[in-house]
Write a protein that binds this ligand. Structure first.
Ligand SMILES: Nc1nc2c(ncn2[C@@H]2O[C@H](COP(=O)(O)OP(=O)(O)OP(=O)(O)O)[C@@H](O)[C@H]2O)c(=O)[nH]1
Ligand SMILES: [Mg+2]
Length: 208
C-alpha cells in the first residue's frame, strides 16, 4: 500500500487529540522513549525527512505530534482519511526538565496512553548505546498493566560494532522481559533491515 504522510496537529491537551471526523478512527502508533533517544528521527526515517523536528537538545518535542498516513490509489489520488496515524510523544527521563515533563505526563500523555481507543501499538524506543534504563522498564510495566501491545526498538545501532550491538540487544531483552528488540539506525548508508522489519510490524495494525 502506498501511503502519503501529512502532519495533522500538535496536541497539548486531550481535547486537542485528532477527532474521529479527522482520522475516521484509523489505528494509531505511538512513539515513546526517553528524551533524545531518537523518536522524531525514526519518524522522519519512516515518513520522509523533515516531518518531525529533530534536535540535539533533549526535550525538544513538547507536544504530542500527530501524522496521518493516507493511502494513495494507483491513479495517484490520495484518500481523504488516513489508514494509519503516527503519534510522536515528548520524551521522559531527562533530569533537567523532569519536573515539567512529569506534569505533562499526568496532564495529557497519561490520558493518551490510558484512554485513547484508536491506540493500536506503542513503539518503545531504547538507546542501544547505554545500559537498560529503569525509566524504560517503568514505561513497559505501565503498558503491560494497561494491556497496550508494544514493540521495543533499539536506536542508534550504527554507533556500535556488530558484536557490541548483539550484547546490548541481549541485555535489553533480558532486562525488559521481551522476546524481540528491533535494532534500527537512521544514518544514511547503514542497513535498513531494522526499518523494514519495523514497517512490516506497523502495517500489520492496518485492518485488511
Ligand atoms: N548516530 C545516530 N544518531 C541518531 C539516530 N537517531 C537519532 N539520532 C540523534 O539523536 C539526537 C536526538 O534525536 P531526536 O530524534 O530529536 O530524539 P527524540 O527522542 O525525538 O528527542 P525528544 O523530542 O527531545 O524527546 C539527534 O542529534 C539525532 O541526530 C541514529 O540512528 N543514529
Ligand atoms: Mg522528538
Amino acid at each position: 500500500m502506498k501511503l502519503n504522510a501529512q502532519f495533522l496537529l500538535s496536541a497539548f491537551a486531550p481535547e486537542h487529540f485528532p477527532t474521529q471526523a479527522r482520522t475516521g478512527g484509523a489505528p494509531e502508533v505511538a512513539f515513546l522513549g526517553r528524551s533524545n533517544v531518537g523518536k522524531s528521527s525514526l519518524i522522519n526515517a519512516l515518513l520522509g525527512a523533515g516531518m518531525a523536528k529533530v534536535s540535539s537538545t533533549p526535550g525538544r518535542t513538547r507536544s504530542i505530534n500527530f501524522f496521518g498516513l493516507y493511502p494513495v490509489s494507483s491513479s495517484g489520488q490520495q484518500k481523504s482519511l488516513p489508514a494509519l496515524v503516527f503519534a510522536d510523544l515528548p520524551g521522559y527521563g531527562y533530569a533537567k526538565i523532569s519536573k515539567s515533563i512529569a506534569a505533562e505526563w499526568s496532564g495529557f500523555i497519561d490520558p493518551y496512553l490510558t484512554d485513547r481507543e484508536q491506540l493500536a501499538l506503542c513503539c518503545c524506543l531504547v538507546d542501544t548505546n547505554i545500559p537498560p534504563q529503569p525509566s524504560d522498564t517503568q514505561l513497559m510495566d505501565f503498558l503491560r498493566h494497561e494491556q497496550r501491545p508494544f514493540v521495543v526498538i533499539g536506536t542508534k545501532s550504527d554507533r556500535l560494532s556488530n558484536n557490541t550491538l548483539a550484547k546490548s540487544i541481549a541485555a535489553l531483552k533480558r532486562e525488559h522481559g521481551v522476546d524481540e528488540v528491533i535494532a534500527v539506525s537512521v544514518e544514511k548508508g547503514k542497513s535498513d533491515k531494522g526499518l523494514r522489519a519495523l514497517w512490516e510490524r506497523l502495517e500489520s495494525v492496518i485492518p485488511a
